[in-house]
Write a protein that binds this ligand. Sequence first.
Ligand code: XMP
Length: 319
Amino acid sequence: QWRLGDFADETIAAVRERVGTSRVICGLSGGVDSAVVAALLAKAIGPQLTCILVDNGLLRKDEATAVVREFTEHFKADLHVVDAEERFLAKLAGVTEPQTKRKIIGGEFIECFKQEAAKVTDARFLAQGTLYPDVIESGGSPDGPAASIKLHHNVGGLPEELGFELIEPLRDLFKDEVRRLGLQLGLPEEIVWRHPFPGPGLAVRCLGEVTAEKCRTLREADAIVVGEIKAAGLYRQTSQAFAVLLPVQSVGVMGDGRTYENALAVRCVNTDDFMTADWSHLPHDLLSRISTRVINEVKGVNRVVYDISSKPPATIEWE
Ligand code: XMP
């Protein structure tokens, strides 16, 4: 608490001094880190901030809309939303290998971001949500420059290529401190407590080839999974909860007819550091509600399974 109390004020003052009258670009992802950076920057330099959100078509249900609402209504930020769904899906067509998907998405993200950033002609700085654990993991020393954003998973890197000076106001903070700071800055709980979401998004939860149709199915199912966990009051107690669309079809019965549709996995884990994780022992009645609702409400899914694998040896994501 003692640290954070002054942290916001001191950081805001430091950013103002460093930035002067220049313009700063900040990429928004829907996640808490980038949202807190943007909120901090909005407080510090207001109209000199331009946010860019690349909507790759692989975000969770209503994710882009929630971010847009928050940053245009609450912070009145200058926000550029790049509607890039078609571009990403076209590049992903026919691709099934998980790391190849990641590379394509990472590369396309840089392209989209670069094109949009080029329209912001007077920008000098790029702000990003590097946290203390990222600094350590990417091999940097706490005092040196962070190698780049979350490179342990994501391919490519924004900063050097784009030639901006970096602003990383969260690089001394841990995740729980970032959340507290977010609340202090007035961000809604919905954004502050949102579970982490991988950069490649739904693409690594749509096993095999990614299509618009599969993403739609997965998005609806995922919203039910998360919605029911929230309704049961268990969202904050779990670290990550989501749906995975399996490339498996199985037989079912619906009324008098036989169905042959996709299976969906529900993945829910508890972890402190995401390096090891336990599957969450969710109440059976909750699992039952999730299953019933998904099968009744989501077209194309006729079977729901619960993932009871811990990490290691399983990973949290399926791809
Ligand atoms: P795994 O599946 O490796 O996931 O147990 C550990 C944590 O990392 C997230 N994750 C990613 N995050 N880009 C990201 O930004 C990625 O490619 C990626 N892959 C996994 C995962 O959601 C979990 O929180």
